[in-house]
Design a protein around this ligand. Structure first.
Ligand SMILES: Nc1nc2c(ncn2[C@@H]2O[C@H](COP(=O)(O)OP(=O)(O)OP(=O)(O)O)[C@@H](O)[C@H]2O)c(=O)[nH]1
Ligand SMILES: [Mg+2]
Length: 229
């Protein structure tokens, strides 16, 4: 597939220590790819770095004045700006290997959603983080019971999707989305059409390169609320 057919959405909140490196790697691996950095009002240099970035096709979506902040809402808003046939969503802290974008892109030729399945969590997570992840996965599996597809990593933040499918889901179900939440893939799967074709690719979930995790206990609450919708 051609790089021009893809938009990479990078949700960011205070990723000033990582964002330049991510943009450099992605632009050198996939020249011509569109990138949207969906920033929720970072108070570090994230926005300055993106605005001053001269290589490639990079757009800053500044959500500083947005009342309802959140990772899921940021990805949704970025999706509205997309004009390419395919979207890839990736974290901006280098925990998701940009080398895998190519594989996701290839699989999207015959699939509608391609999920990066975490093969191994190499970072040393604190107990709180493990509870959020295990609890979140259990809730998501229960909520998705009965769906005619099987997702092997409901909590993944690394995935690709056909833009038309994503926009269609947004137009029909946006009101039910948990926009403050962390798990946009789970929102998509809840409302995906029955005949959606899922693909998977394994990747090693690395440790955060720099900066701090933004995930908090409140995100488990948002996730619980989302699972009940
Ligand atoms: N726009 C936006 N981006 C966010 C928000 N919270 C986190 N992010 C970004 O979403 C991505 C995932 O957040 P992380 O804090 O790395 O979450 P995580 O990978 O589950 O946690 P760690 O393993 O500890 O890094 C990163 O690129 C963050 O900068 C938010 O509220 N809004
Ligand atoms: Mg992270």
């Amino acid at each position: 597939m051609k790089n021009k057919e893809f938009t990479l959405i990078l949700p960011t909140l205070n990723e000033g220590k990582n964002i330049k490196k991510v943009l450099d790697i992605v632009n050198s691996l996939y020249p011509g790819i569109c990138i949207i950095v969906a920033d929720d009002g970072s108070i570090d240099r994230t926005q300055d770095i993106v605005m001053g970035y001269k290589k490639g096709d990079v757009t800053l979506l500044d959500r500083s004045s947005e009342k309802q902040k959140g990772l899921t809402g940021s990805v949704l808003d970025a999706t509205r700006l997309v004009s390419t046939p395919y979207i890839i969503v990736m974290d901006a802290d280098l925990q998701h290997p940009p080398e895998k974008i190519k594989e996701i892109a290839e699989l999207l030729r015959h699939k509608d959603i391609v999920i990066g399945k975490r093969k191994r969590v190499v970072s040393e997570w604190p107990l709180r983080r493990k509870i959020i992840s295990w609890g979140g996965d259990a809730l998501a599996r229960i909520r998705l019971t009965g769906k005619p597809f099987v997702c092997l990593d409901t909590m993944s933040g690394f995935f690709g999707i056909r833009t038309s499918i994503f926009k269609n889901i947004i137009s029909k179900h946006e009101g039910k989305f948990e926009k403050k939440g962390y798990k946009v893939l789970f929102e998509i799967l809840k409302y995906a059409p029955k005949d959606v074709r899922l693909g998977h690719t394994n990747y090693t979930f690395g440790s955060r390169k720099s900066g701090e995790s933004k995930i908090r206990g409140k995100h488990l609450f948002y996730h619980l609320r989302s699972a009940l919708k």
